[in-house]
Design a protein around this ligand. Structure first.
Ligand code: SAM
Length: 378
């Protein structure tokens, strides 16, 4: 079976979790970079990653990589690649360029020039350039004098799960939410509390993990199936069989989501319904500074994403809010958890003051906000 070098992209800082996850899915010899994992997979694993992986955002099939001097040199190198192996007669393609470093050309120029090289190779076969929603998206990554050219097999980022009916103005990236659940090593029996659940991202990702619902089954774009050189029937079969392997035998509510806003709780319920996880998640409207008024004291796990004091909450309110939330989590019985915050010094001090030990500290880029994920336990 053909094998391909690939880059699995992930949010910066999540590489160790992403590489653990894709290794568990069967990928071997993973190399962690900054914001990506590099490996070599067969075409079945390529499909599997696009359907099953929760902690990566895109899978790029690498066509070529190397060093270049200037745009002319890059064009020369790329014109030596036979693109008919990747783009079939009559298909349309587009080139997207991501560039880091100082160059004498803009990203848009590089994309246009490289697109021209590919088009002149294939136009006699009826291949067209289309920039909006191309069948084959060619990715050109340039970092200083290094380039990588490949195909985006995922299309739209895999963090767009396809189950969200309602969005929160400060919603968490589901890829990061899933990573937080992996980080705490949740046993799927002890109840998991998100005391600031917004529209339910963390509860839903946790529930999908518990019920073995693959994140790819709600997505409506399947760009990998445009790659005529791979076995795309396998992708459809895998997707169907993934649906039939979900676990519906969990009888208890093993996840609690709480938020102060009744509107967000309604939206969280709608999102949970859309993801098919309502049977194991309970939502409550309430003030998590007094969680013990909302749910009984017990032994709990927790994962949450409080306001950072950047967009929606006043920065001055954050230290007090964090102290009260952490004290309330401890009081209700949280023994282990993970929290992501952009006000990380404040969060660290609230956790340590309450007597929690920080067992892992990951610096993660959430969008363009620098955050820390702390894993904490008693
Ligand atoms: C950053 S948002 C969480 C977003 C969520 N992770 C998602 O993806 O939708 C923080 C949430 O904390 C809630 N919140 C703030 N103070 C709260 C409190 N004292 N008790 C409960 N929820 C609170 C807000 O209503 C907001 O929805």
């Amino acid at each position: 079976m053909p094998r391909y070098d690939v880059l699995a992209l992930c949010p910066r800082g999540m590489e160790s979790i992403a590489s653990m996850e894709i290794s568990n899915l069967g990928v071997s010899n993973v190399i962690e970079g900054r914001g990506y994992i590099e490996s070599n997979v067969d075409e079945h694993l390529l499909s599997k990653l696009n359907i099953y992986a929760r902690t990566i955002t895109r899978v790029i099939l690498i066509i070529d990589k190397g060093e270049f001097i200037d745009l002319r040199d890059l064009k020369n190198k790329i014109s030596g690649i036979s693109f008919k192996e990747y783009i079939d007669a009559g298909q349309c393609f587009g080139v997207r360029c991501e560039r880091i470093g100082r160059h004498s050309f803009r990203s848009i120029d590089a994309a246009r020039e490289i697109g021209g090289v590919i088009h002149s190779q294939l136009m006699s076969r009826g291949v067209r350039v289309c920039l909006d929603d191309p069948e084959i998206e060619i990715v050109l990554r340039i970092i200083n004098n290094r380039y990588l050219i490949g195909i985006n097999t995922s299309g739209e980022s895999l963090h767009k799960r396809g189950y969200r009916v309602y969005n929160h103005p400060a919603s968490l990236n589901p890829v990061i939410a899933a990573g937080m659940i992996y980080l705490i090593g949740w046993d799927r029996k002890t109840i998991l509390i998100d005391p600031m659940c917004g529209v339910g991202t963390i509860p839903i990702e946790a529930a999908m993990i518990a019920m073995n619902i693959p994140p790819g089954i709600f997505r409506e774009t399947h760009k990998i199936t445009n790659l005529r050189f791979i076995d795309t029937d396998y992708y459809w079969k895998l997707r169907e069989s993934a649906k039939s392997k979900t676990q519906f035998n969990i009888e208890k509510k093993i996840i609690f989501g709480i938020d102060a806003s009744p509107k967000y709780i309604e939206w969280a319920k709608a999102n949970s319904n859309a993801a098919g996880v309502s049977r194991i998640v309970s939502y409550f409207t309430g003030d998590s500074r007094r969680i013990y008024d909302i749910v009984p004291r017990n032994s709990y796990y927790s994962a949450f994403n409080p306001p950072y004091g950047i967009r929606l909450t006043r920065p001055r309110a954050i230290p007090h809010l964090y102290r009260e939330i952490i004290a309330s989590l401890k009081d209700v019985g949280v023994i282990k958890g993970a929290v992501i915050s952009g006000s990380y010094h404040t969060m660290k001090s609230a956790l340590t003051k309450a007597g929690y030990n920080i067992t892992r500290d990951l610096v993660v880029l959430h969008g363009n906000i620098l955050t820390h994920i702390y894993v904490f336990s008693l």
